[in-house]
Design a protein around this ligand. Structure first.
Ligand code: ZN
Length: 266
């Protein structure tokens, strides 16, 4: 079975908002290492304004600390950055894609729709973060039914099946990542919600932020309903968590943690 390490690869605090983490995964398998999202990277820390639009830095409240990067966590776990053969991107926003340049030779899997949105130069994406020429592996629509959603298998050759699960709305091609763990699944929902409280209510200040950051808010809301359905009807099979809620990141970061983040907000 593929081991899941939970790591933090960045911190943000929007003005007046709560502290947010960048909850990435390192999938450890005999066939290789794969990152789920790349967080804020070393080059972002070295030259923030040269990599990310200053307005986006200010609105998001980006913090730039080399200790809070995926590449440093990979090293702390005893691996070399070059061992990371694949990166799976939920979407290409700067707090998710900045670390790609720290793994320049990895294959980068994302939905074909998301890569197309990057290609047409949507303003939310930051071209400098892709200047190294990522080895893009766009995953086209597929028909693998996964709990009622049309999932797209990622051909990693890992012991555990890994699926892109379309959760569109936050961005045009935003996806979750499902990783099989025995007879259960870990589902990283990316930015399908910012805080876990959104699973149970729309009446929370963070909901306005989720709306404001969505490319297609009606689609985002429909996606959130699907995530709520999975949580309600399949909690016995699926452990789901998002990218930014610090309460979902196992304490102490990566070491020794596998597939069960604490569920403090049911
Ligand atoms: Zn994000």
């Amino acid at each position: 079975m593929t081991t899941i390490h939970h790591i933090n690869a960045g911190t943000l605090q929007a003005p007046g908002g709560p502290v947010a983490v960048c909850h990435c995964l390192l999938l450890e398998d005999p066939a290789g290492l794969a990152l789920v999202d790349a967080g804020i990277g070393l080059l972002d820390c070295r030259d923030p304004a040269g990599r990310i639009d200053q307005q986006i830095i200010d609105i998001g409240g980006f913090r730039f600390d080399p200790a809070d990067t995926a590449v440093r966590s990979v090293e702390a776990l005893g691996f070399r950055p070059g061992d990371v053969t694949d990166v799976l991107l939920t979407h290409a926003d700067p707090d998710h894609a900045g670390g790609l340049a720290d793994f320049p030779h990895a294959r980068v899997h994302l939905s074909a729709e998301e890569l197309a949105a990057v290609g047409v130069g949507h303003l939310r994406y930051q071209p400098a973060q892709f200047a190294h020429g990522p080895n893009w592996q766009p995953r086209p629509p597929a028909t693998r039914d996964w709990f009622g959603l049309p999932a797209r298998p990622v051909p990693l050759g890992f012991a555990s099946e890994v699926l892109l699960v379309p959760l569109f709305g936050h961005t045009l091609g935003h996806c979750g990542m499902a990783v099989q763990q025995g007879d259960r699944w870990a589902l990283h929902v990316g930015d399908a919600y910012f805080l876990r409280v959104e699973l149970s209510t729309d009446d929370h200040p963070v909901s306005a932020l989720s709306t404001a950051r969505a490319v297609d808010d009606p689609n985002r809301r429909a996606t959130l309903e699907q995530v709520r359905r999975l949580h309600r009807d399949h909690a016995d099979r699926i452990d789901l968590f998002g990218y930014h809620d610090p309460t979902e990141l196992p304490p102490g970061g990566s070491s020794g943690m596998t597939n069960d983040p604490p569920m403090t907000h049911q």
